[in-house]
Design a protein around this ligand. Sequence first.
Ligand code: COA
Length: 259
Amino acid sequence: MYNTLLTTLKDGIFTITINRPEKLNALNKEVMSELNSVLDEVADNNEIQSVIITGSGSKAFVAGADISEFKGLSIAEGKAIAKVGQDTFFRIENSRKPIIACVNGFALGGGCELAMSCHFRIATDNAKFGQPEINLGIIPGYGGTQRLVQLIGKGRAMEMIMTGSMIDASTALSYGLVNKVASQELLMETAIDILNTINSKAASALSATIQAVNSFGNNGYEKETEAFGNCFNTPEMIEGVSAFLEKRKPKFKNISTKI
Ligand code: COA
């Protein structure tokens, strides 16, 4: 169905694998276009509860935007590429369904930016993160200058972007760029464990969580009020509150219209 992506769906967890291992899964135009198509599938397929994005092979998650497509581009074309990257990654960030990155190797440039657009990240112990665009005479353009600051703070973001140096998985963990580090063998199992917990919750409340948290710094308290209110009287909220009062575990059927 896709040329550059592999997808599987098991127990509500949809795994998207970027599959150009011979080019370290670099994001060319076709990958970006197929990412947009697969995001439509994520939104439309009711069987999909949550998503993992990872890279093919054991060496790279994604080693960046495809540099071979940069040569000879004009200022306007450079801006257009950034717009496509930013719009695609906004769609990931604002997906109503949880999307996590399983970073299985190099996450450089657009790869680091892709991982940062996901709701959170786990990584293998051989993962390496970096924004090496400075070595090409450019800067991150798919949201990296903004999301890296939010995730690790201004000073560390400035250092990573200005030096172009990579950080290893344990540094990424200490910076808060990743939530967990696992061995290569245990990466997917670790992600699936977390997503099984998340998938047992109310989908409407998960969507409300994403909307409210993503509004940090942009009328976040108002958005929180709205998203909190929207949860009330949904079938999931009625079940959750009833289950607590009846001293039983909630069983969410996730039939609400979308929040
Ligand atoms: N765009 C296009 N091709 C890329 C790529 C990218 N971002 N990253 C890697 N590749 C290609 C290489 O050109 C090479 O292709 P080839 O075999 O046809 O020559 C292949 O992937 C393997 O990469 P290689 O450089 O041989 O592997 P390595 O182990 O020596 O080095 C990296 C790995 C990640 C350090 C190195 O590939 C690299 O620096 N990549 C670019 C990272 C970057 O600057 N990203 C930001 C882009 S804006």
